[in-house]
Design a protein. Sequence first.
Length: 61
Amino acid sequence: MNVNNEEIEKFDLSALTQSECNDLLRRKGFFKKLHAGVKVPDEYLTGPYVEVMTEVDNYEL
C-alpha cells in the first residue's frame, strides 16, 4: 500500500517459505533488521522502495 492506501503489488505468499518471503522483501528494497534494537534508516521509513536487481536476476535462459 502506498501513502494513499492504494495497492501497489500483490503476491501470493502461501507457497513460499519464510526464507523465500524474506528474500522477496529484500529484493523489493525493504530493510530487514538484524534484531529488535536496530533503528530503521530514515530512507526506509516510507516508500517508494526500489527493487534490487542482481546479476542472477538479470540472467536470461
